[in-house]
Write a protein of this length. Structure first.
Length: 261
């Protein structure tokens, strides 16, 4: 039995991860071309033919651009919300094997129980908690503020993948247009490093062993600065037992296993 994850890449130019489930691999988001997804999978020693399904968080291109071709090539189902399904219909992209899911309604897939929940973003966006036996893995990216639902879902998980998108000063000084800066800073935009660190403090429990920050902006964030701030905060919390990583856009992270037996 195995349960873990591999982040293939994360950022505004493409997002995808593999959830290693007891009954096969699940692709979470497909924000790279099918060709690039296969290339990144093979680099990590993951056979694309072993992907049993695709699960999507929301409709933005950096999360869905390779979905149709990848799912079609492998003849696998796509699990998505009604909102994302409508998006594909409007684009006239035919997703053959669709399974509609709804926030607040858990479902079973590949030996896991999966809980979708809403996060505050400018389109309907889902975070997920993946359950296997007593183990829990949570993914929550692309949201601009923290509410009680987010806190409730992230607490008590063995592994957390959380957005930490921008450093405010770098965003303010960037060449991005004002309307885009306002969108990012808004309550339905993205999380700053400081808010992500505050969220981390709120949701870390004795069960937490793995923490990954993801969806960093290449232009408006600094991975070294975030790493330094996070390690200082973890040391202050006396949580040096936590395996901490930062996901990046250009390459995948090593596979992290929560359970492997």
């Amino acid at each position: 039995m195995s349960f873990g994850f591999t982040i293939l890449g994360s950022g505004s130019a493409g997002n995808a991860a593999v959830i290693h489930a007891p009954e096969g691999d699940l692709l979470l988001d497909a924000g790279f071309s099918a060709k690039e997804l296969c290339r990144r999978l093979k680099i990590r020693g993951i056979d694309p033919a072993g992907i049993r399904a695709v699960l999507l968080t929301h409709e933005h291109d950096d999360h869905v651009s390779g979905c149709r071709v990848f799912a079609e090539q492998l003849d696998i189902p796509v699990y998505l919300s009604a909102s994302v399904s409508r998006y594909f219909d409007l684009k006239k992209e035919k997703i053959g094997k669709r399974h509609l899911i709804s926030p607040g309604f858990a479902f079973e897939l590949l030996g896991m129980r999966i809980e979708p929940f809403m996060v505050p973003h400018d389109v309907e966006t889902l975070g997920y908690v993946f359950h296997f036996d007593t183990h829990r893995l949570a993914f929550a990216t692309d949201f601009g503020s923290v509410n009680m639902l987010v806190l409730q879902k992230l607490r008590g998980c063995q592994a957390l993948v959380i957005e930490s998108n921008y450093e405010p000063e770098l965003l303010r000084n960037s060449a991005r247009p004002l309307h885009l800066k306002r969108r990012i800073l808004g309550k339905q935009g993205h999380l700053s490093n400081e808010v992500a660190l505050e969220l981390m403090e709120e949701v870390l429990t004795g069960e937490t062993r793995i923490l990954v920050f993801a969806h960093l902006s290449r232009e408006c964030n600094d991975a070294e600065l975030l790493e330094q701030k996070t390690k200082e905060r973890l040391a202050k919390l006396k949580r040096n037992d936590i395996l901490f990583r930062i996901a990046c856009q250009s390459e995948s992270l090593e596979t992290i296993m929560i359970l492997n037996q």
